[in-house]
Design a protein. Sequence first.
Length: 235
Amino acid sequence: MGDFLNQRGYSVCAPLLPGHGTTPEDLNSTGWADWYLAAGEIAERLVEKGDPVVVVGLSMGALLALEAGARIRGISGIVVINPPLILRDWKTYWSRVIKVFRHYVPKNIDASYKEMEKQGRFAYDRIPLRAMVSMQSMGKDVMRRLEFINTPVLIVQSGKDNTVDPRACKILQRGLPPGKNELLQLPEAEHVATMGKERVWLATEVADFIERILGVGSDKIEEADKWPGPGGGLA
């Protein structure tokens, strides 16, 4: 998606957050304050430059995007993809207790997980429970701050998300100031919608949302529409 938006004429910054891209042990030594500090500092710096800034996040990144929108004045728009405010697996709500006895639990490595690995996705094969609990705490903080978000929000919901309960997007819609948000539903997408078969549709809708809220058009639409996304080939 970053490549797609760049081809539409936008500068893109995708920071590697603390604890990510290394080891599960590294992630378990960090928390949401660390993740937000890394992302928030960049967002603040970009806003201070005076250019329009739109924050886009997937899953936990969606919570960071909302947190930034509530805390930083001057953000022009927010895109949240499958925000994990309610998780499907009820066992995740025991993480706070389980983490006392176990630091990690294995992930379910299914066919779609392996397919995304082939496309270049890097992901841990274990869930660090301390980090999971911290993410859940961030979700609660985000819900308390929704009223302070006064910028347009595009909420994206995958129809086949096995991680996030679809009620999460409805709760988010109700919590945000009225008239400031819109919902995009992707019927065939799974949790990592940015790498799924509807990734081109998603990226196009995000670009259109940005152009709509900024009141601008793109002179690179033709080139961007040829973007194959990970794995090659249009969806």
